[in-house]
Each structure stands twice: as C-alpha cells, then as structure tokens.
Design a protein. Structure first.
Length: 158
C-alpha cells in the first residue's frame, strides 16, 4: 500500500498500522518519506500505551502494537528536541514486551536496524541497560490487573 492510500484511509487506527508496515517492509525511500513528513498533517489513532500487553478487545496482537509504538517513537524522534524525555515511553514499551512474553531486546533491535543512527543508538543503549534501570519502578510506572485479568501499565502519579 502506498503512503497516499494510507493517508486516505477512514479508519485511522488501521491507517497507522499500515503506515508502520510500510515503514518496516517498504523501500528505503518510503521510510525516509515517512520520517521526513511525519505526521503528514493528519490525525492518527495510535495504540493505547497502557494496554500494549493486553489482548482482549484489541484488533492487533501485542507484538504488532508494541512494534508499532516503538516505530512511532523512532519516526517521531526527529521532532523531539531532547530524547531523554522519551525514556518513560521506552520503559513502558520495554516492560510491555516483558509482560506480553516477548523478547524486548529482539524487538528493540528490529526497530533499531531501520532507524536513523542517533535513534538506533538510543534504542540499543536503553535495551542494554541494567534491568533495574529500565524497571517500572525506575520510571514511576506500575502494572495493574484490569477487569479482564490482563496487565496494564500506568504511571504511579496518575
């Protein structure tokens, strides 16, 4: 699917997932265009970050939503002046992998392979941290069981 067709999709959640699929599987030119023109002046319906490790009521697998969230971080990174502000998002995504039974290092590495060098370094440096330094507690996050018996990650200050 082309970027133009994705931008025309009425279902903005499906459009986001399709854009991420193009980012992963498309040619380098498409990836560069996505990064350069993000957010294309359209609204996107991104995965609910608190529910990345949940499956009930979700349209896509935990892995698809986690990878899409991490790819979003990589795509939008050039809009962020200070990457340190994004560490909480990385911790949430990393711990969602753990809760969902996925290998966080493999997922971070998958996204890092196609990122700009500075974003690649940040992803790999984060995943290489000591486990205590990327724990929920280190970022004032907590895992809570929802009504469906699934774990959601929430900030402790909310």
């Amino acid at each position: 699917m082309t970027i133009e067709k994705i931008l025309e999709m009425a279902d903005r959640a499906a459009a986001f997932i399709e854009l991420i699929r193009l980012y992963f599987d498309g040619p380098d030119e498409a990836r560069k265009e996505i990064v350069k023109n993000w957010d294309f002046s359209v609204n996107w319906d991104l995965p609910n970050q608190t529910r990345l490790a949940c499956q009930n009521g979700e349209r896509w697998s935990c892995q698809e939503r986690i990878e899409a969230s991490l790819a979003y971080f990589a795509i939008a990174a050039n809009l962020v002046g200070d990457y340190r502000e994004e560490l909480i998002a990385l911790a949430l995504i990393y711990q969602s992998c753990v809760i969902a039974g996925l290998d966080p290092y493999r997922i971070f590495e998958k996204i890092a392979k196609i990122c700009e060098p500075d974003v690649r370094a940040m992803l790999m440096n984060f995943s290489a941290r000591n486990e205590d330094d990327k724990s929920l507690a280190a970022f004032f996050l907590s895992a809570q069981i929802n009504k469906d018996g699934e774990m959601e990650i929430r900030p402790t200050w909310a």
